[in-house]
Design a binder for this molecule. Sequence first.
Ligand SMILES: [Zn+2]
Ligand SMILES: [Zn+2]
Ligand SMILES: [Zn+2]
Length: 198
Amino acid sequence: MASEHDHHHHGHHDHGPHDHGEARAGHHGHGPHDHGGSCAHAAHQSERAAGALEQAEAACRAQGVRLTPIRRQVLEALYATHKPLGAYDLVAQLAGQESRGRPLAPVTVYRALDFLMEQGLAHRLASRNAFIACPHGHGPADLVAFLICETCGGVDERASAPLSRAVAGLLAGERFQPQRQVLEISGRCGHCRDAAGA
Ligand SMILES: [Zn+2]
Ligand SMILES: [Zn+2]
Ligand SMILES: [Zn+2]
């Protein structure tokens, strides 16, 4: 489980307004019609992809599990975009690949996704039925708030100890045993608001 310091780090250094400026190098054409990979989320994702894949390899080794070629391909595909990908998109994207000399079956992709989620390397967004890569080491049971931008498609993850404590207290009060905790908030991200002058 990642420490609060980690979350803090990711929250304030990876996605901060200064990052935005640096990554964009003074270019601010980030509007609703900008569907390409030019938003701050996209720049940030491509910057961290290589390191995150290396980190995933190391995490799997430490857990005694294997990031097989197909699992890695799925994770790479998730890191190749800053937008959530549906399982069907992934299957289509990886259709040209082979597994043990045979075309990749959808069920193989689904299993790879299950593995990545179990290892905390990816999350499923319930409201989109789509998947994102997670470089933060969140466990499957961690309470994470997903901030989903409707304009650029970027997704930010925020975990906070006070939020987790508040929800845990509420559940304990009800003697409710949580299986999956979903907190997904859709709207417009800070970068897109800046770009729109809002
Ligand atoms: Zn964005
Ligand atoms: Zn996460
Ligand atoms: Zn946005």
